[in-house]
Design a protein. Structure first.
Length: 234
């Protein structure tokens, strides 16, 4: 696995982080706040924020931000973590509906916010600092971090609908085989070039692909192999 793949896997496996913006109120100081996010098909964090929030006002004056995410372990300093530095801007109108659908699959309780003054923002990465553990730190360029070209943004909704309508036993077997969890209720939430996410009862489980995929055909081959490995040959 390359450092870029490891960085993408980490940010995809988490769904909240610390967003730092440049304060309007306290000139020159960084301002940190906790935000929920999902990753789009370019591995960019997308978050939903209110126009009245301090960080939104800060972004309005200066788009430079950073997002810190980490895998919570018993020793934080020994756990993987990532600082993504870039520019935050509102999601373009032509991507709003797709972003909204993806975000609400992960955070369905956010639906009422869309009737208020909340808007979707995305961070365009400039540089990333990935730390795998003690003594394992490196800078990554935005180009190196970017996932391979793929068509999954256009194909994701159809794949999710198919899996949730036709292959719930496979999803349950994935949860049991790969995570040791036997859920009552399962649903696929999203699929990207590096893996996919499943809601298993009240938690979100991440499943990583051994190699990045580029389209629905490649995804199907991997999902069938996983079904066979986990004991379901449907």
């Amino acid at each position: 696995m390359t450092p870029a793949q490891a960085a993408r896997q980490l940010i995809c496996s988490q769904h909240h982080g610390v967003l730092s913006t440049l304060s309007v109120k306290l000139e020159g100081f960084p301002f940190g706040s906790v935000v929920d996010y999902v990753i789009d098909h370019h591995a960019r964090p997308v978050f939903l924020i209110s126009a009245l929030a301090e960080h939104t006002r800060n972004i309005g004056r200066d788009s430079r931000v950073s997002l810190v995410v980490y895998s919570a372990g018993r020793e934080v300093q020994a756990s993987p973590r990532l600082t993504l530095v870039g520019h935050a801007h509102p999601v373009a109108d032509e991507h709003h509906e797709g972003t909204k659908a993806r975000y609400l699959r992960y955070f369905p309780d956010a639906l009422p916010y869309l009737a208020l003054d909340f808007s979707f923002y995305v961070i365009e990465p400039a540089q990333l600092r990935y730390i795998a553990g003690f003594g394992e730190a490196r800078w990554l360029s935005a180009e190196a971090y970017r996932p391979p070209e793929n068509t999954l943004e256009q194909e994701e909704a159809g794949m999710i609908a198919h899996m949730n309508q036709e292959h719930l036993p496979s999803l349950r077997n994935y949860c049991l085989h790969y995570h040791g969890i036997d859920p009552q209720n399962v649903s696929m939430l999203g699929i990207d070039s590096d893996g996919f996410d499943v809601r298993a009862d009240s938690q979100i489980l991440r499943f990583e692909f051994e190699h990045p995929i580029s389209d629905a055909h490649a995804a199907r081959k991997v999902l069938v192999a996983m079904a066979q490995e986990s004991g379901n040959n449907e």
